[in-house]
Design a protein around this ligand. Structure first.
Ligand code: PLP
Length: 390
């Protein structure tokens, strides 16, 4: 069988064996409903609250400020819609976000726009970063919510969210940040960053898929997301998913204890990959900031004015070589659309489509990095020769 190399850790990560072990233990034996008052329920409740404590500790929050969700998308939807609707109750109908956000923020913002909210979509610079002054200028007496990501999932650039949050605080506007890609890669502390609300997804740091959390600072005005029972302090109705939360908590614990070790190793591999790629290809563009970036993401584009290449063919060619990577693009009905993030950074459409996002993880080896660089060289030569540049 062909050797397969996984370099798509931004999309998702393999669950750590200790995470699986933690979940299996709960799935099998502590199956009570955490909201039941009998002993089975109390046992599940105790595990669930331990998981909450663990996650809260990791981000420097109080336990009663952390609420489990079904993942990053739900946390983002809850944050954006919940803050906007709470703002509307006091006559505020404006949302500030950016063109480079994940669709889990942009799509709910678009729904709110259709429902009558005004949206100020901030632009990003050529590195995909926000200018805090632009945030300051955009705030008005009508602003209900600011939602801006800590680090971008396609190019890895990190925003000055602490500065932006200070501006929001000064103006008494609640600020949410999608911290999904940053968790486990850089230190995220709610007070250091000064955030009111943030989103977490467990499967991005070796936890299970389908679970995550929203942090809501005490005193923040936000509407509940899911209505029904009184779970998660009336913020998120639905029977608690105790096993997944336990896996999430174990992943958080591991991420906290391994932060420096992971960072050093992964950043080292990123640098090696970058050096290999720049020596192999002319006209290769780095997407994102070279130093103010997450350690695990390396996104590169082939400049269409130097080497016009078909992005679909590159990704497919790499897949045939056994390398799992993503382009900076969304796949719609079988063909790649240029990424909204890369376009917002000023890349032309053709260059944006000819993008490869490598993302590196705990299990990546130097050998894999070298193999991937060699494979990219073979694929690009084939694609260029086939002349399928579009
Ligand atoms: N936000 C960002 C920045 C992401 O990268 C992702 C996942 O790709 C999400 C939100 C959505 O998270 P989830 O997959 O847990 O719904």
């Amino acid at each position: 069988m062909m050797n397969r190399i996984y370099l798509d850790y931004s999309a998702t990560t393999p669950p750590d064996p200790q995470v699986i072990e933690a979940m299996v233990a709960v799935f099998g034996s502590s199956y009570g409903n955490a909201s039941s008052v009998h002993s089975f329920g109390r046992e599940a409740r105790a595990i669930h609250e331990q998981s909450r404590d663990r996650v809260a500790h990791w981000i420097g929050a109080r336990s009663d400020e952390v609420f489990f969700t079904s993942g990053g998308t739900e946390a983002d939807n809850h944050a954006v819609k919940g803050l906007a609707l709470a703002g509307a109750r006091i006559g505020k109908n404006e949302i500030i976000t950016s063109a480079a956000e994940h669709h889990a923020v942009l799509h709910p913002v678009e729904s709110l726009r259709k429902a009558g909210f005004d949206v100020k979509l901030l632009s990003v610079d050529k590195f995909g970063q926000l200018d805090p002054d632009e945030v300051k200028k955009a705030i008005s007496s009508k602003t209900a919510v600011i939602s801006l990501m800590l680090a971008n999932n396609e190019v890895g650039s990190i925003n000055k969210i602490d500065e932006i949050a200070a501006i929001a605080r000064e103006a008494s506007v609640p600020i949410h940040s999608d911290t999904v890609q940053a968790m486990g890669k850089i230190k995220v502390d709610v007070d250091t960053l000064g955030l009111d609300v943030l989103s977490i997804s467990a499967h991005k740091f070796y936890g299970p898929k389908g679970t995550g959390a929203i942090y809501i600072r005490k005193g923040t005005r936000i509407e509940p997301f899911m209505e029904g029972g009184s779970q998660e302090s009336n913020r998120r109705a639905g029977t608690e998913n105790v096993p997944l939360a336990a896996g999430f908590a174990k992943a958080a614990e591991l991420a906290e204890s391994r932060l420096d070790e992971d960072h050093e190793k992964i950043l080292g591999l990123r640098k090696k990959l970058m050096a290999r790629l720049t020596s192999e290809f002319t006209g290769l563009l780095l997407n994102g900031h070279e130093t103010e970036c997450l350690p695990h993401i390396l996104s590169v584009s082939f400049d269409s004015s130097v080497t016009p290449l078909d992005g679909d063919a590159i990704i497919m060619g790499l897949d045939l070589e056994g390398i799992a990577v993503t382009s900076g693009s969304a796949c719609t009905s079988g063909s790649l659309q240029a990424s909204h993030v890369l376009l917002a950074m000023g890349r032309d459409e053709r260059t944006a489509r000819a993008t490869v996002r490598f993302s590196i993880g705990r299990l990546t080896t130097e050998q894999e990095i070298n193999f991937a660089a060699d494979a990219l060289k073979r694929v690009v030569e084939r694609v260029a020769k086939a002349g399928t540049g579009r």
